[in-house]
Design a protein. Sequence first.
Length: 448
Amino acid sequence: MKAEEVKEIKDLIEESKSGITTLQSELNSKGEKYDSHILKTDEALKKQADTISETCEKLEAATNKFEAEQKTIEKLQLAIANGAGSKSKGELVDDPEVKTAFQEYLLSSKRDFDISDEIHEKNIIQLVKQSYPNMSEKRQDAQVKKILSEGAFNSAGIFCPVTMAVGIERRERETTPILEMATVTNTQTSSMEIPAKDEFISVNTSGETDDRLDTSAAGYFSIKIETNELNAEPMITNWMRDDSSIDIEGEIIRDGGDEFAHKINSQMTNGSGDKEAKGFMNANVYADADPDVYARGKIGTYETAAALDFSAIDLINLQSYPLEAYQVRAQWLMHRRSWAKVTQLRDDTGQFLLNPRVMFEGAQLQLLGNRVRLGGDMVAPDNAGAYTSGQRIMAFGDFQRCYRVVRRTGVNLLVDPYTKKGFVKYHMTTRIGGGMVNYQGLKRLKIK
């Protein structure tokens, strides 16, 4: 609320009080009867009533404006103080409602809250740095100048509704099982080093008078996971955006989220590690090891008994290899067509090994008591239902402990209506990496 508005309200209230007091004094001093002055009194009271009504309306409007301003400021202060959704205290949170409120507050602060040019510029600088931490300082300065000169975020060409980027990221998570199964860690650097150990402290037993011998220490080592950029830049015409009868930006969100998710899932599953994640099913990245023997940098792989196919016995054996500590959260991951083959497995009497009624009445897919997840990037059988020798077709284990996804940022979405006249570009980028951090709790099934 401006100081001038407060002063005006106070003056109107004082004027109303003074008018009523003056009228009462005149009537009392002259001793005139009320009846002889009824008309004069009614007119005066009506005038004062109108004044008071006007004062109340202005007071209510100013109060509503003040409360709205305070609510926005308090929400921002609480969010920033708590550091919700960010790595450190004081950063702007990732919550889209808070970001939107922040943008609206900054844009309207100059107009409605009567702040100085200096403070307004500082607010804009803060928003640019918080929204685009990866942008160079030179580019940040250029965007600040453009925003200040044009007076709006969207006209600056890089800002877009926060919900668009959030929508893309949600589509990623919905479509990609690896992001749900693995541990996802956010980082402020281009890579992350994760400590691990594959040797344990040895323990001796001793009698009362026996010598206490030295024992070996745990074997610690570091696993480094690099993040790499994924990007896309779909483009539509201005006419399409303006005249479309459908939510074209919503379509871009869905398409972008789906394509990012497909790429991430593919890399996490079969990636080579060269400018992309290290896929846990890629034998060139993680070589085969005896499923019952630990080997650093390798994944235990069980080979089927029969050639070119698997049996129920193979699945039971594969499930038995992860230690008990990994069995609690262990999951199966396979292609949907492999799962179809699993559902058709029968015992010697011709009975299905799985209960079809349980599978198709809303329960989660399960195999031998553990949840089944379907991944489109896992190896599928051919049309005849056969595999090729040497293919690794399934994985079983505790993905949450064994595989780590590292994200440098979420999805950045830059709206560019300037580079090519008549068109709007949507430049989407994200930086992500992944790799094994535990080589003991995950096993693969390999076709003989």
